[in-house]
Design a protein around this ligand. Sequence first.
Ligand code: SF4
Ligand code: SF4
Length: 169
Amino acid sequence: MTSEAKPSVRKCGPCTVCCNGWLRIKVRRATISPGKPCPHSGCKGCDIYEFRPEVCVKFKCAWLKDPRSIPIWMRPDKAKVIVRYITWGTEVPVLAAIPVGTKIPKKAIKFLQSASTQYGIPLVMFERFKENGGYKPIMSVTAYGPPGMEKVFEQIREQIKQIEYMGPM
Ligand code: SF4
Ligand code: SF4
């Protein structure tokens, strides 16, 4: 996505959402998942920063990667959603939105739906559910997009679970 806004270089700053379990990842022997933050994430940031896994080095959410299109208020720790671009062999990129918690807040949904319509790109939005004080392993997915996007959603159907994992898309 692009807009007329001037490009800028963003930094994660105080956001540590992708280290806090809202994306699944294995770091050394630890499995990081909703409710289970990375044990290396502390108040001073990553305590193995120089030696963090490659997947951590390479990961950039859409907020970090695309300041032209994703507004400043959508920083994941503030907007309570992580947005990713998926390009798994699809003709157009797909926007994927993963909640920080259970649900994506309405303000963020409104922005994402309007971006999907404006740029003509499909959007998939996830929702988590709580169970016994934790999170259920399965999330629900809602697809949104311009007419004719069913083919694209069909293309990513098999890989949809991978969106929750930090890793290349
Ligand atoms: S979710 Fe995005 S902004 Fe936040 S720490 Fe991860 S890469 Fe940085
Ligand atoms: S190893 Fe460091 S960068 Fe990677 S998830 Fe853990 S705290 Fe974050």
